[in-house]
Design a protein around this ligand. Structure first.
Ligand SMILES: [Fe+2]
Ligand SMILES: [Fe+2]
Length: 406
């Protein structure tokens, strides 16, 4: 049974609440009202609030799924997580916070499919807690996740980690990766980080979620800092040779580096700064359920980043009253109201398309009506610099300022 968008309104970043919601969703699916009182009471314990609390502890306490890397001695594919793109046009659809299994996520999935992308990448968050069943409903047979012609990947999100990342690593990743025309199969995504590259650009996916939770029950007040794992930092430095490579960099992650609406999460950027120094990068993230395009920004001791928040993939986009910080950095922000549920104004879901062709990069932002909202054109000079040639906000309602440093 599909979930409804309204089930997700006011969903907190609380693993406990998310586990309870998971179990209540199961209880609803069982249609408990058809049972007699004893059976209902029994099911209430089995699938209701108490069971949610029980599942929270069972899932949260214990070891996380091991962090996967590209040094598995049993893997003789020589897969280092670096995948070559051809120099002609490659279309890559990015969508984040999409896996909600709602009519809205289905619609976005359909629109992405209609663009016929070479690659599709999910930037994380499978609701509520990334269980095997939730992963299956969103990404497997009869789901609306569209696998790109050449490959399909998924990043890790905090919601996958609410169940210790087990189903994300164990069940989802082996079904993704590059498409092999000989076997007509996706070859499996070996780790939660990877790189797609041509001779001018590198799209580098990071795992900011693996360390996004701290101690059980204290995680809301004291969230994790999203520290990047050492294995990932080693891969960036030694396998990707990121210190010396001069191609344009596009980072992808689940969590934001900074935000005009919520808290900044500076730790990964501080770690990256030690590798890439002052060079400017593009960085796509989700986690916040909105679309926001920023001018260049840099937190203290951090990377120089052009941030693009695209967390509006499938979850309710809740309209906000104001911008709390970095107001002067916001170029575009989709705060249009689409309809109201439970007295809450909801906005537009959407996704972004990246078109890479040689040194050129075109980014197009679409909404759930397949309306093209904004378009930007970038160039990499292969000397560690990226240049914004043009940015067009095509729907004036999302235009916030025209101060882009184009
Ligand atoms: Fe999310
Ligand atoms: Fe998230």
């Amino acid at each position: 049974m599909k979930r409804k968008l309204e089930e997700y309104i006011n969903l907190k970043r609380s693993p406990l609440q998310n586990h309870i919601k998971t179990d209540l969703a199961i209880a609803e699916e069982l249609n408990l009202s058809e049972y007699n009182a004893i059976r209902r009471l029994n099911n209430y314990f089995k699938y209701g609030v108490l069971s949610g609390v029980w599942h929270y502890f069972v899932n949260r306490i214990g070891k996380k799924h091991p962090f996967q890397n590209y040094q598995n001695p049993n893997d003789d594919s020589k897969d280092k997580g670096i995948y070559k793109l051809t120099e002609d046009k490659n279309l890559i659809s990015l969508v984040s916070d999409w896996a909600s299994d709602t009519p809205e996520s289905d619609k976005i999935g359909e629109i992405i499919k209609s663009h016929n992308p070479d690659f599709t990448i999910h930037l994380g968050d499978t609701y509520y807690v990334g269980t095997k069943e939730e992963i299956s409903n969103n990404f497997f047979e009869n789901s609306s996740w569209h696998r790109g012609k050449k490959g399909s990947f998924a990043l890790n999100g905090n919601h996958e980690m609410y169940a210790r990342g087990i189903s994300y690593f164990r069940d989802l990743l082996p079904t993704l990766g590059m498409y092999d025309e000989l076997t007509e199969k996706y070859t499996g995504q070996k780790a939660s980080y990877f790189c797609l590259e041509n001779n001018h650009w590198r799209i580098i996916a990071l795992d900011t979620a693996y360390n996004s939770l701290w101690l059980p029950l204290l995680e809301i007040k004291y969230p994790g800092k999203c520290k990047l794992e050492n294995e990932l930092l080693n891969w960036l430095e030694n396998t990707l040779n990121l210190k010396n490579d001069k191609r344009g960099i596009i980072f992808l992650s689940h969590h934001q580096n900074f935000s005009a609406f919520e808290e900044d999460i500076p730790k990964p950027g501080e770690q990256l700064k030690k590798i890439i120094g002052d060079r400017e990068v593009l960085w796509f993230w989700g986690h916040e359920h909105r679309l926001a395009i920023y001018d260049k920004n840099c937190l203290k001791n951090n990377v120089n980043v052009y941030g693009r928040c695209i967390g509006n993939g499938g979850m309710p986009v809740e309209i906000v009253n104001g911008i709390s910080k970095y107001q002067e950095k916001v170029i575009a922000f989709d705060n249009r109201s689409r309809f109201k549920i439970k007295n809450t104004d909801l906005g537009f879901n959407g996704f972004a398309n990246l078109e890479l062709e040689g040194d050129k990069l075109k980014i197009s932002y679409y909404d759930i009506k397949n309306e093209l909202l904004a378009e930007e054109n970038w160039k990499s000079n292969n000397n560690s610099e990226i240049r914004l040639d043009s940015i067009k906000i095509l729907n004036e309602e999302i235009s916030f300022s025209q101060t882009a440093s184009a």
